[in-house]
Design a protein around this ligand. Structure first.
Ligand code: SAM
Ligand code: SF4
Length: 348
């Protein structure tokens, strides 16, 4: 085991090694989400403004550097890595990183997965499976091609459907993620549920979170999932189950379809108490909470020396700052987003 002493960001020296990461509230950190790029080929209205400014390419960590950072986290107890973005599959040569990380599945890492908008899935599906990926999340907010184009601004539903077909053919298990949006897809969820379950996919619905400036007013988009659940219960028999995928969703089974439906409710039900996650950006910034601004710079430690001791020290110091939870609020009196950065920076 690599051992070292560092003083990153703290007066007291830290003994740095590949020991597990336990935060001040006793929560073990075992799940790393990595936003491999903040760029995207869609412009979903709840996620980004149409004329987004992206990070300068020179600020990005190389894929080799991202691999080294992820490996340090695996050495420190991370068991699940989710690659996200932006759109992970638009990063040039991303399959290199996926292949390298895939080699660690079964030897420390239990699962390598990704969240994708599906636009590039058709051409990558087989290779993803070959690299050791077994499950992926595909974001899909509507099954109506015109509405799909409206919500993503630049997306083509047909391509995403081809991606889903190819992924299932390659043997990848898919979970669909839909952001629940008032007056947009709230009445479509029953149809999406039947579609997903009919194809052997779970469906998870997500409350919109106040992250980053967008062109719209979030109050107009926000649909509390407690309302959605009540309306679904008029048509479906939902039974709470303890099923866990290591993420924040709470699941029910749907009697009529026999499938699973997940609820991610950062707004109406704070999911922070069981948080096991940290989030890494493509510039090497570590966010200890999706909904807070505090962050740690791991890029300096990464580039300072090839010895991972300094990196472990920087990670340990960051974990001492993991907050208890977020303070998201969406209402008419809160016009500013809770955090200024967009979801695409930290990854959803
Ligand atoms: N581009 C990929 C995709 O769309 O799946 C991965 C990144 S995207 C930021 C990850 C997830 O975050 C998507 O399911 C997206 O719908 C969700 N998301 C984006 N902005 C959000 C927001 N403000 N509130 C809630 N979910 C959001
Ligand atoms: Fe791109 Fe995903 Fe954000 Fe949509 S939600 S703009 S696909 S990063």
């Amino acid at each position: 085991m690599n051992s070292n002493v560092g003083t990153i960001g703290s007066a007291a020296p830290l003994v740095a090694d590949a020991s597990p990461m336990i935060d001040p509230f006793g929560r073990a950190v075992s799940y790393l989400r990595v936003s491999v790029t903040d760029r995207c080929d869609f412009r979903c209205t709840y996620c980004m403004a149409e004329n987004m400014t992206f990070l300068p390419k020179k600020d990005l960590l190389s894929l080799e550097e991202l691999n080294r950072l992820c490996s340090a986290f695996i050495a420190k107890g991370v068991r699940k890595i989710r690659l996200t973005g932006g759109e992970p599959l638009v990063r040039k040569n991303i399959m290199f990183l996926i292949r390298e990380l895939g080699k660690q599945v079964g030897t420390g890492l239990e699962e390598l997965t990704l969240t994708t908008n599906g636009s590039q899935l058709a051409r990558h599906a087989e290779e993803l499976y070959d690299c050791g990926v077994r499950r992926i999340n595909v974001s899909l907010d509507t099954l109506n091609p015109d509405k799909f184009h409206k919500i993503t601004r630049w997306g083509d539903l047909e391509k995403v459907m081809q991606g889903i077909d190819a992924a299932q053919k390659a043997g990848l298990k898919i979970k669909l993620n839909a952001v629940a949006l008032k007056d947009f897809n709230e009445h479509e969820i029953p149809g999406m549920l039947r579609f997903a379950h009919g194809r052997g996919m779970d469906l998870t619905v997500i409350e919109t979170m106040p992250m980053g400036e967008i062109d719209a007013d979030r109050t107009d988009q926000y649909l509390p999932l407690s309302e959605l659940r009540a309306s679904l219960e008029k048509q479906f028999t939902l039974t709470d189950i303890g099923y866990q995928t290591g993420g924040p969703a709470r699941y029910v089974t749907v009697g009529e379809t026999g499938g699973r439906l997940g609820f991610i409710t950062p707004m109406t039900h704070n999911f922070c108490e069981s948080c096991n996650r940290v989030r890494l950006t493509c510039t090497g910034t570590l966010y200890m909470c999706l909904g807070q601004n505090d962050a740690a710079d791991l890029r300096s430690a990464l580039r300072a020396t090839e010895d991972d001791g300094l990196l472990y020290a920087a990670i340990d110091e960051a974990i001492t700052r993991k907050p208890k939870g977020h303070d998201f609020i969406i209402d008419r009196t809160h016009k500013k987003p809770a955090v200024a950065r967009h979801m695409s920076v930290t990854g959803g």
